[in-house]
Design a protein around this ligand. Sequence first.
Ligand code: DAH
Length: 341
Amino acid sequence: MLEALDRLYEEARNALEAVADSEGLSAWYSRYLGRKGAVTQMVRRVGELPKEERPAFGRRANEVKAALEAAFQARSRAIKEAEIAREVEAGAIDVTLPGRPLPRGRLHPSTRILREIVAILTRMGFQVYRSRDVETDEYNFQLLNMPPHHPARDMWDTFYTTEPGVLLRTHTSPGQIHAMREYAPHPIRVILPGMCYRYEQITARSEIQFNQVEGLAVGRRITMTDLKGTLVEFARQLFGEDRPYRFRCSHFPFTEPSVEMDIQCILCGGEGCPVCKHTGWLEIMGAGMVHPVVLRNGGYDPNVYSGFAFGMGPERIAMLKYGINDIRYFWGNDLRFLEQF
Ligand code: DAH
């Protein structure tokens, strides 16, 4: 039986040499040293031996168990280390590789053009005046010389709220009244950028929300010449020195006289194309001399004061400037569009 023990010892050591991973290790352990393992079983059979052989067998059995136990510990350590080394190798980081580029945010085209417009006009001495998006019928229409049922109101399709007389501003012009009432009778030169809302069918050319930039100058002896000089200089800075422009007669209830300003079509250079509807011209804003009724509503005596005003749509201008053919891109949140700016 002593020989059988030694053979088993030999076999177990060889088997341990062949073990390559943690799973093999635990299988080996239960096969030889576990409660039902071969070595454990053999040690139990000590009782079958004649009395005089038992001490020698017992000693040898203890040696074998201790030796296998130690060999198992050593092998375990070696396998663990090899496994860690393999993991490190597999997940290795090559520190010489270039980093992954981080996507970088950029300004929305509306913000960009708004800032450009505001920069030009503030350099000319206009101050930014913030006015509210939720307005009253009184400010959006009545004080701008459009009493209830005035047919000119049809120019603006309006979102009304459930609160009588409260609406979303259809243009930035009501801000003129707020600014005048705050500063009268002092001279003012303000621009009012902000979002406007209209109850429109959304198409390539019309949206239910868009920005406007309103301008207003009020003082003594302000004339149409001041209006033209300001707008011509503005157009030069925004569209380039040599871009031809023209003023056309128009009508707005809050200005008299009223004009619209055109620049020569950027896309066709005046030849005529679908964008300019074959006229060779693009309308960029409405403007005029502030109507006496509006001046009075703002707190200025129209016999003493005069003023000019203008209003433009930055998205429209961005469309002309960058050749964007569909206004829905502005609020469509399509990165393929936004990333071009
Ligand atoms: N409020 C006008 C619109 O939304 C634009 C406009 C025209 C503003 C003439 C003005 C102006 O201040 O004088 O169509």
